[in-house]
Design a protein around this ligand. Sequence first.
Ligand code: ATP
Ligand code: MG
Length: 578
Amino acid sequence: MKMSRLFLETLRDYPSDAEVISHKLLVRAGYIKKLANGIYNYLPLMWRVLKKIENIVREEMDKAGAQEILMPFLQPKELWEQSGRWEVYGKELLRLKDRHNKEMCLGPTHEEIVTALAGEAIRSYKQLPVNLYQIQSKFRDEIRPRFGLLRGREFIMKDAYSFDKDEEGMQKSYKAMAEAYTKFFKRCGLETKPVQSDSGAIGGNISHEYMVITQTDSGEDDVFYCDNCDYAANSNHAVSVLNETNIEGEWSQYEKISTPDIKTIEELAKFLHINSSVICKCLVYIADKEPVLVLIRGDKIVEETKLMNALEAKEIRTASEAEIKELMESHGFKAKPGFIGPKGFDDIKIIADKTVQDLKNFVMAINENDVHVVGANFGTDVKLPVKICDVRLVEAGEKCPQCGQPLKVTRGIEVGNIFQLGTKYSKAMNSTYTDENGKEVPFVMGCYGIGISRTAAAAVERHHDEYGIKWPISIAPYHVIIVPVNVQDEKQMEIAQNIYNRLNSSGIEVLIDDRDERAGVKFKDADLIGIPLRITVGKTVQDGFVELKIRETGEISKLTPDEAVSFVSKTVQNALNN
Ligand code: ATP
Ligand code: MG
């Protein structure tokens, strides 16, 4: 491909609306152009990268026994009603009506469609297992589309769905996908960590996310992991063994004490000269419009996804001061919001984190202004809530639940995930097969997603420097760029063209920068767009040499054109065979 013909415009500056490096670089290097918030044009270089990622996915999915299909991305409401998600999915689901006033939605994912399809197309246990996948644009009206391709509204996903006759079959399919995922990401030049995660709105029990570890803000998830064993989990799912700390107050008697103007747990602990671990903290949440009290040890933080699951709620948020006041007033209390406590709220839901159940002689608020009680105990002074769950956010330094070593925390970008769905969808949608005994049985399902466009952006997050992108060879838009320094120089052009032809005919993907620009401009662009190998044809051709630069390491060597051709061929072959 000639640079002079390439539909490409590189920019001098980063776009002003970009926060993370992959977004900045993909726009500046001419890979993507924004159409609307969270919606992008994929330009030729980007599309080549995406197609490469897609093809690696295809190869690994096919090898694992999955079969490619393509489902419509406009979906009828009826199927979503059958699964129960028309109501649950929230505003990310873009709902619309066709000319006959029929309600439809743009596919954010395809469990409904594929479950209905399998129910119609698979009749007997003899046809199982089946794994169907597709690669397609999805639409989700994300509340905060940001970070370019990392969180778009329209984005490309590979989604696969497995159908098995039983739990054991599903486990096998799940394992095959896990192995395919590890190979896939490795081939894309991305190291990933599979971490346990919450199954969220998708449902089911066991699930893993594939995380690209990054210490920057582009990683939207916190991952807790252990260096000593293989434990790793998203913060919404992580558990830990707590370090020993004082959970027994020094007061032997239940008594009221004055705590004037105390507003926070920290202030209270300081005022009483105690560790906040002997305080029973009471928080107010609104879960699906209903107020809920949450008790947790004073030094711990609530993890909201865990809380939402424990409450089986669709939506939760912390209550505002006004809502807390209103709640207290409706129960006859006139205190300020900071003094809310669990006593006297028998008619509303109260949930306790596991950390409070062993507290003794603790401190708590009792809905009176400027007062707390000390020496309180569950059973005698206040009821222990019936519902006790783990709703605590793990903190680094707490002990690994598998081996007891201190956990560490890092940020990660979720590039893929795998879920054991079980019969959640097949039961709800009555999607069945006939088993050995002639009985109609729901499929046992799994689902498996990979963000294709997010994977490309994650690769840029991991592979770049101050000059631009450094694509791994396997997903680079072109393997090599040839830069004739002076296009007016016949000798340079002849040798450049000759190298170009030889590489091209051996299957190497080559760009040649035939633009009549200064060498500096061409070098800058080559670095910015991130082509892994560069062959510069300049004055040294007089002595029979060209220059080869490896983008990844910056290493430069002087080679004959023959040597350069064979080096490039070998390097590319090696990278692709990996
Ligand atoms: P997230 O927690 O990041 O919103 P998700 O749990 O909603 O992801 P899934 O519904 O399981 O994701 O989708 C499968 C994959 O699709 C994800 O692992 C991710 O790589 C990708 N993906 C999800 N949402 C987006 C988005 N808004 N933009 C780009 N890729 C996305
Ligand atoms: Mg999401």
